[in-house]
Structures are given as structure tokens and as C-alpha cells.
Design a protein around this ligand. Structure first.
Ligand SMILES: C[S@@+](CC[C@H](N)C(=O)[O-])C[C@H]1O[C@@H](n2cnc3c(N)ncnc32)[C@H](O)[C@@H]1O
Ligand code: SF4
Length: 487
């Protein structure tokens, strides 16, 4: 256990997140008395310089000491705080890499949107070389991750620049699933337990669609993309899908949308009739998600379908004319090895989807997996790195390029999720949600609206309640909260 003593500052959250990249065995203390294993960080600000010193003691001996400094000349208070945190994290990071000798490719970046920093630097007209230097020296990022973030930011810019205040995205949540996958913490109420509320839920959702439709018209905003996600939207039957999508067309002006996605998700919810409804309603992009193409893992993670079902659904969608199909997979599922991941990717290559979203397993607090963690065999860090390399190789072979990425808390190896696509098949909604340059009006239980005030560099979140019964009862309040934020 390492004791951590912060002197002259109290950035425990930031330091804690950084320490977690190396170890969970640490404890904040308020003195430097116990030097069994003690990390001290001290900060001072003088002559336009912020200086952070880190010391590491073991058995009363000073083992490592390191000093980092940056200029804060001309910066306002908010920016000084931001720079101070960076210097503190960097000096601690350098000491931790000496203690643990770990490979931490994202350096001191612990946030979920690493590409945002690249966008900020590109906004300042920095060259690739300057960006490389900053990401490497200031943030301690590894070259491979620098290039990845840089390439993705450059693809994204075509879709998000210049930001247009007049455009918004629309998200609709269907929080039902056939069964609950062990790793998942998304709003996913099983049909068996909650299916009886589907009708009432749909009625409430349509009420919200009407309310927010009126609001968006009042604001005179143009919708750029629509995304129906969840959960598993295809737990709705054909009739319900028809009603839902018709109500979106009736209440919003969707004439100029560039993309309409429906997450078909689990193959055990997809039928030819449902796909036909989606096709008739001009859904341009669907997602059919294997997670893995290994039968034994599908069983292990509680997905009650077979590999064959995935292939059949995919072929059915193709035959009906869907020309933009995404597939989601997760690396690091229980008992999976790099060879098994290779098998998954080999099989997916044969289907040749337009996009592939590669997630790294995250141990979510509200998942069954976290509850019974001792029962699962999880991948080790170096295997995760191998799996990521394999997925990158296959994506390239399939003609797919990385176009968006994000990181989550509690990811195995603290790595990343990457969306790959063929050129021209990048999902605009995914890019907008990550880069936060566009407001998202989100409807349904557990959906979080995000209102972006570009001029003020400010984002306000308006969350809907997660619980379906509460949502049904309180839908008027969900509409009102959005009105209060934007009117
Ligand atoms: C909101 S889920 C909906 C997808 C759909 N219901 C399905 O299961 O196919 C979106 C994606 O997040 C990913 N995901 C969910 N939980 C995850 C976890 N704990 N770690 C990594 N990825 C996860 C899965 O790849 C999933 O397809
Ligand atoms: S991964 Fe998809 S199907 Fe599984 S519980 Fe989560 S949302 Fe539902």
C-alpha cells in the first residue's frame, strides 16, 4: 500500500485517477510520518512558473525524486488550475513509471475524450510536429497513441468543423433487452421482467417525441442525425417500430438528415419483417452486434444466440438492401484469448461490414460481472494489447479506418474503444457525441440530453430518469426540463 501525501494542493481526484493506472493499492494521508511507502507531491507557483515536486520513499529511504515545471505567464485563474494539474500529474507519472515499470501508452490522460486535446491544438494551428511534441512531452503519450488520436481528429474535423449552432442530433432510447449481458450497465431491462410495460413506455415516449418536436420547431434547429439506441430497439415488434419511427417523422422535420441509425443489436431480436420496416422507413444505418464470434463466449456472457444467427441476420439485412451495417465487438470478454479474438475478426471480415466498433471490456459497477467478479477469468494486460493489435490489423485488412474513439472508466488495461469505418461510412452521430460540438436532444428512459453553448464554451446536461416506471409517470417533467434549459 502506498501512502500519498499532497502538499499545498488538494487535487485528490486527479491524482487518484492517475494512480489507478498503476495500482489500486494507495491511500491518501495528511502527513509524511509513515515513510514505509510514501509518495509526496508538492506544488509551488512563483515568477510565472508552476513547479511540482514528487518524492518517493521506501523504508525511510528517498528512492526517487522528480521536479517538473511549466510557465503560466498570461494565464487566467482557470487556466492556471488546469496547467497546475497537468504538471502535478506529469511529475507523479514519471515517478510511478520508475516504481512500476508499466506500459501506460496514454500517459497522464485519464479522461474519456483524448481526441479533444488534438482538436484544441489543431484549433491553435499547431503543426503535426508541434502536436507530437506537446502530446509526448507534456502529456507523456506514446507515439502509437499520438498518431491514432491525431489521425482520428483529422477524420472527425471534416464532419464537425466549422461547428454549426443551428444543427442538432436526436437520440431515442429503447431500454429493453431480451436478456442482460453480464458485462453491461446500459439501461437494459429484460423483456421477461419489464416487457408488460412496453406499450405504456412507447406511449410515454411518443408524448416526449411530440413535446420535444414542438420545442425543436420553436428553436428552429435543423436535425442532422437520428440514433435509436438502447438497450435493444429491435425488442419492439414491427407494429411498435412502425409507430415509433412514424411519430419521429411526424413530429420532427427529418428532410435534411444525413443519417438515421437503428441499433438492431442482438440477433435474437431481429426478424425479416422488422428489417423490412426499417428499410421502408429509410433507416440508413443499422448495427448488428456479435460482441464475439465464439460460441462458448456467447454462452458465458449471457447472450442467448448463436454465431450462426449473427451471420444469418447480417445476410438477411444485406439481401434487403442495407448498405451501411455496423458491428460491435468487445475485446477481453471472459475466457477469451487473442486467438479467439482473431477468430471473431476472421469471421467478421467475411461479412465485410461498413463499420466495426471495437470496445475494450470495461468492468461496470452496475453489471453482473462486477457483482461476481471472482467467478470470471479476465484477460491480462499484455493480452489486451495483443487483442487491440489484432483488431487494428484486421480493420486495416477490411479497408476500415479509425474515425472516432473514446475511453471509459474501469477499462481493462485503461486502453480505448475505437470505431472503424470504410471511407464515407463514418457515423456522424458517434463523432458528434464524442467531440461535443453539437447539442443532442435525447428522449426516453435513461437518455441524457446535452446542450452545447459554443460561444460560452459551456455544456449543460439534462438527464431523463432511468427507471421505466418513473419515466412513464414523469414524462411531462422530462419535456419541461428540456424546455427550461433551452427556452
Ligand atoms: C448500449 S450497447 C447496445 C447494443 C445492443 N444492445 C447489443 O447488445 O448488441 C452498445 C455497445 O456497448 C458495448 N458494451 C456494453 N457494455 C460494455 C462493457 N462493459 N465493456 C465494453 N463494451 C461494452 C457493446 O459492444 C455494445 O454493443
Ligand atoms: S449489451 Fe446490449 S443486449 Fe446486452 S444487456 Fe447491454 S444493451 Fe442489452
Amino acid at each position: 500500500m502506498i501512502n500519498v501525501f499532497l502538499k499545498n494542493h488538494d487535487y485528490k481526484y486527479e491524482v487518484g485517477e492517475l494512480l489507478k493506472l498503476f495500482t489500486s493499492q494507495f491511500n491518501f494521508v495528511d502527513n509524511d510520518l509513515n515513510k514505509g511507502k510514501l509518495l509526496i507531491n508538492d506544488i509551488s507557483i512563483e515568477n510565472d512558473l508552476v513547479t511540482s515536486k514528487t518524492y518517493f520513499y521506501e523504508n525511510n529511504n528517498l528512492k526517487f525524486t522528480l521536479e517538473e515545471r511549466d510557465t503560466i505567464e498570461g494565464l487566467d485563474e482557470k487556466k492556471i488550475k488546469k496547467e497546475s494539474k497537468i504538471v502535478i500529474k506529469r511529475s507523479i507519472f514519471k515517478v510511478l513509471t520508475k516504481i512500476y515499470k508499466s506500459y501506460v501508452p496514454w500517459g497522464i490522460l485519464t479522461g474519456i475524450r483524448p481526441t479533444k486535446i488534438v482538436h484544441e491544438l489543431l484549433d491553435e494551428n499547431k503543426s503535426k510536429k508541434e502536436i507530437d511534441n506537446i502530446l509526448n512531452n507534456k502529456y507523456q503519450m506514446d507515439e502509437s497513441k499520438i498518431n491514432l488520436a491525431y489521425d482520428i481528429a483529422n477524420v472527425e474535423r471534416k464532419f464537425i468543423y466549422p461547428p454549426d449552432k443551428n444543427k442538432i442530433a436526436l437520440y431515442v432510447s429503447i431500454p429493453f433487452c431480451p436478456t442482460r449481458c453480464v458485462y453491461c450497465s446500459f439501461p437494459s431491462n429484460t423483456i421477461k421482467q419489464w416487457g408488460h410495460l412496453k406499450g405504456d413506455y412507447l406511449n410515454a415516449l411518443i408524448k416526449e417525441i411530440k413535446g420535444v418536436g414542438t420545442l425543436v420547431k420553436k428553436l428552429n434547429k435543423e436535425i442532422e442525425s437520428v440514433y435509436i439506441g438502447g438497450g435493444t430497439p429491435t425488442t419492439l415488434d414491427e407494429k411498435e417500430l412502425n409507430i415509433l419511427i412514424d411519430s419521429l417523422y411526424e413530429n420532427f422535420d427529418l428532410t435534411n438528415i444525413k443519417e438515421f441509425t437503428v441499433e438492431a443489436g442482438r440477433p435474437d431480436t431481429i426478424t425479416k419483417e422488422k428489417l423490412k420496416v426499417l428499410k421502408d422507413k429509410n433507416i440508413s444505418r443499422i448495427s448488428i452486434n456479435p460482441q464475439t464470434m465464439n460460441e462458448s463466449t456467447l454462452l458465458e456472457i449471457g447472450r442467448s444466440h448463436k454465431v450462426e444467427d449473427i451471420v444469418n441476420c447480417f445476410n438477411m439485412a444485406r439481401a434487403l438492401g442495407f448498405d451501411n451495417i455496423n458491428m460491435d465487438i468487445i475485446l477481453g470478454l471472459p475466457k477469451e484469448t487473442p486467438n479467439m479474438v482473431e477468430n471473431t475478426l476472421k469471421q467478421i471480415s467475411k461479412l465485410s461490414p461498413e463499420s466495426l466498433t471495437v470496445h475494450t471490456m470495461a468492468i461496470k459497477r452496475a453489471s453482473k460481472l462486477k457483482e461476481n467478479i471472482q467467478e470470471y477469468e479476465l484477460s491480462q494486460y499484455m493480452d489486451m494489447v495483443k487483442m487491440i493489435d489484432i483488431s487494428m490489423d484486421y480493420a486495416q485488412k477490411m479497408g476500415l479506418n479509425p474515425y472516432y474513439m473514446y475511453r471509459q472508466k474501469h477499462m481493462l488495461g485503461n486502453l480505448e474503444n475505437i470505431g472503424y469505418s470504410k471511407k464515407g461510412f463514418e457515423c456522424i452521430y458517434n463523432i458528434q457525441i464524442m467531440e461535443e460540438k453539437q447539442s443532442i436532444f435525447a428522449l426516453g428512459a435513461g437518455a441524457n440530453s446535452k446542450i452545447v453553448y459554443l460561444d460560452e464554451n459551456r455544456i449543460e446536461r439534462v438527464p431523463n430518469v432511468k427507471n421505466i416506471e418513473h419515466y412513464i409517470k414523469r414524462v411531462d417533467e422530462m419535456i419541461k426540463k428540456k424546455e427550461e434549459e433551452v427556452l
